[in-house]
Structure formats: C-alpha cells, structure tokens
Design a protein around this ligand. Structure first.
Ligand code: NAP
Length: 304
C-alpha cells in the first residue's frame, strides 16, 4: 500500500511497510521517524521509552543535557531482553557545551555510553555550536573511525557556522538537528545542508505547541482530507521533504498517533500550502543573540 505513493523525491530514501529510512552520506541507514525525549523527567523516561519502542519507534533521541540517559538505557535494556535486536535500534545522544572540547569530549562520550548501557552509539551530535567544537569534532572523528559511533553530526548550526564547519573538516557532519516546523520551515538551511550531503533533523516539529499549533486551521483543513491530525500532517510534510523527525510525547495514544504517518501522502498543493505558514524565525530563541549564547553556556555549567 505505502509503496504505491510516488512521494519518494529523494534518492537516499527507502520505503518500508511501517517506516521509511534515510541513508546518510556514510551509508548508514536511519529511521526517518524517531522518538524525542527532551523534557521527559528522569523518573518517567524508562516507561515512556519502553512504550515508544512497543509502539514501533526504533530511533530514540536523548542528550547529556536532558539528564535522562539512564532511563533511556534502562528501556533499551528491557527492549533487548524482550527480543528487539541492537541493530534495529538507532540511539542518538548529544555532547553538551560544557564538555565540547578536545580534553573533555571523550570522557563525556564514555559517560553517556555507560548511562545508555551501550557498546556503540548510532549517532553522536555536538548539541550547540559553542565552545571548542573543532576539538570535540576531532575526538568524535576518532571514535567514529574506531567504529564506536556509527554517524556523527551537529545540532543548532545555522548556515554560516555550518558552512565554515563542514568546509574545514575531513569528516563532514552527517546530520544537523535544528528547529524546524511549519512556522520555521528552514528551506534555505536545508538547501545549504544538501550541498554537503548533510541530512536535516527537525527538533520541535510541532513548535512544542506554540502558535496554537494543534489548532492551526490550515493544518486541520488539510488533515480533514485524509482523516489525519495537525501533528500527523506536519510529520508527513517534513518526512516528504526528506527531513528526519523526532516528536516527543509522554502519552502512549499520541505516540501511536505520531507514528501513523506512513499510510497517506500529501499532494503538491498541500505541501505548498503548509509552506505558506513559514515565518522564517524561531519560536524559541535566537542562537545568534549574545545574551542567549551566554545563557546557554552557563545554564548547565555546574550540573554535570
Ligand atoms: P515537539 O515534539 O514539537 O512538541 C512536544 C510537545 O507536543 C509536548 O508538549 C507534547 O505533549 C505535545 N504533543 C506531542 N504529540 C502530540 C499530539 N499528537 N497531539 C497533541 N500534542 C502532542 O517538541 P520538542 O520535544 O522540543 O522536540 C522534539 C525532540 O527534539 C525533543 O524531544 C528532543 O529529543 C529534540 N530537541 C532537540 C533540541 C536541540 O537543541 N537539539 C531542542 C529541542 C528538542 P505531551 O508530552 O503532553 O503529549
């Protein structure tokens, strides 16, 4: 059924029964839909991730700075015991600013890996474009070459910084995880990433509900054609643009809802209509604002 849709505009997209996969510039296959864990409390994380895996999610996105890697690790452990194969899972974590330097990146990586209970990581990202990201990348590149990380990338690198970074690295980032939603559509950023064969991964695909996202009339009108919700229409719109999505929810029925996006396809007029919602600005903050940079550098400084 799904394979009959003619929406595969991307040579690096493989369609499956229940999930599509995107192939990164190093040949690694990654599910195009995953489960995000930002703002999930440590004590709730194991249960949520176990439920997400039971629904069918295999890509799990966490971070050193979410303080819930142990919960993710516990859920992975129970999934493995329950018969899920390690190769099926795609686990991402991120290196926070405080340790994003040549001296501390290795220790931070080892700590994350231990908390997750893993022998290797599928994707490791530099969480923010601050501190000694070049030094951190040298460490990550070594780990990648040793096979301890299957893919490496960055997050929150905007086009200027990304271009400089990619042009000056032997190993180019395979992923850039940035804010991307109908309200901040990132068409220009995506075009720049394509030049470097870097895949865009969207955070806050729903803008965390800001701008009355879940009640947006245009999205609801399009959704009513397919019997789908604003969340599903948006995930589908991003997936059809070749963007990897990682919606977060603590509610199982919403995990199921967000997963049910491979049984319909938006047409060209829907795709264009949703693009008209783009305000070309963040719903959260500006990474180029010095006060925000200072806040980000200081916020978790004493928390590790
Ligand atoms: P999001 O996925 O846009 O939105 C999550 C919010 O939407 C939650 O409040 C959730 O509430 C609600 N929700 C989810 N599905 C829903 C549905 N079907 N219907 C109604 N409400 C729904 O925001 P996000 O968590 O910020 O972003 C997703 C992931 O991206 C994160 O979890 C994290 O893994 C990653 N991220 C990365 C960065 C970065 O700097 N790299 C920054 C932010 C996020 P309930 O939980 O109550 O259902």
């Amino acid at each position: 059924m799904v394979s009959s849709f003619s929406t595969n505009l991307f040579a690096n997209l493989t369609k499956g029964e229940k999930m599509d996969f995107i192939t990164l510039n190093n040949g690694v296959k990654m599910p195009i839909l995953g489960y995000g864990t930002y703002q999930i409390k440590p004590e709730e994380t194991q249960k949520c991730v176990e439920e997400a895996i039971s629904v069918g999610y295999r890509l799990i996105d966490t971070a050193q700075a979410y303080f819930n890697e142990e919960g993710v690790g516990a859920a992975i452990n129970s999934a493995l015991k329950g018969g899920v194969k390690r190769e099926e899972l795609f686990i991402t974590t991120k290196l926070w600013i405080t340790h994003a330097n040549e001296k501390e990146a290795l220790k931070a990586f080892e700590t994350s890996l231990k908390k997750l209970g893993l022998e290797y990581l599928d994707l490791y990202l530099i969480h923010q474009p601050f501190n000694d990201t070049y030094g951190a990348w040298r460490v990550m590149s070594r780990l990648y070459k040793e096979g301890r990380i299957k893919a490496i990338g960055v997050s929150n690198f905007y086009p200027d910084r990304f271009t400089d970074f990619a042009l000056n690295q032997e190993i180019k980032p395979m992923i850039n995880q940035i804010e991307c939603s109908p309200f901040h559509a990132q068409f220009e950023a995506q075009n720049i990433l394509k030049e470097y064969e870097c895949v865009l991964q969207s955070w806050a695909s729903f803008g965390e509900g800001r701008n009355d996202f879940f009640k947006n009339e245009l999205l609801s009108k399009i959704g009513s054609k397919y019997g789908k919700t604003n969340a599903q229409v948006t995930l589908r719109w991003l997936i059809q643009r070749g963007i990897v999505v990682i919606p977060k929810t603590t509610r199982k029925e919403r995990m199921k809802e967000n997963f049910a996006v491979f049984d319909f396809a938006l047409d060209d007029s829907d795709m264009k209509a949703i693009a008209s919602l783009d305000n070309k600005q963040s719903l959260f903050f500006n990474h180029q604002d010095p006060a925000m940079v200072k806040w980000l550098i200081e916020v978790y400084k004493d928390k590790f």
